[in-house]
Design a protein. Structure first.
Length: 151
């Protein structure tokens, strides 16, 4: 059964849930990055770790942060998540470029610190993008949401 977008949640609850999912996603991202980094370059490892965690992060935030259930608009919701992924990729890639300019011989711990910092900036961007995306769904007339869910 496809359910329309849930009622608006207080921003404090959204932020708390988003932060908890973000911490779990960041830990998963750093673990995946470290795993991929053993066999690939920093940019490739970064992109792979980001894409894997972006899918899980979007699904978790869709369900628990923004209270959206069902398959209605699932593809477009994940498209919004992929837009957030591209923003995160751009931010972290810029971090890599800056690291190469400032400290080209930096070790893996510095690399991870730069990624963690970039991830924090990307998380702020992700929250703003996803909150805006799901809030726009709540503003649709109920009949329009219900009609689309039935199709």
């Amino acid at each position: 059964m496809n359910l329309p977008a849930g009622p608006s949640r207080p921003i404090v609850r959204e932020l708390a849930t988003f932060a908890a999912i973000g911490v779990a996603s960041t830990i998963a991202y750093l673990a995946l990055y470290s795993l991929f980094r053993a066999a690939a370059s920093p940019p490739i490892s970064n992109a792979l770790a980001l894409v894997v965690t972006a899918v899980g992060n979007t699904a978790a935030n869709r369900r628990w942060t923004f209270d959206v259930r069902g398959s209605a608009r699932l593809a477009s919701d994940h498209a919004a998540g992929m837009a957030a992924f591209l923003i995160a990729l751009a931010i972290s890639s810029a971090g890599f470029v800056a690291l190469q300019v400032v400290a080209p011989a930096a070790g893996r711990p510095v690399e991870l610190a730069v990624l963690l910092s970039a991830n924090v900036l990307a998380t702020v961007a992700r929250f703003m993008l996803l909150r805006s995306w799901f809030a726009s769904r709540r503003l649709e007339p109920v009949a329009q949401r219900t009609d689309r869910a039935v199709r």
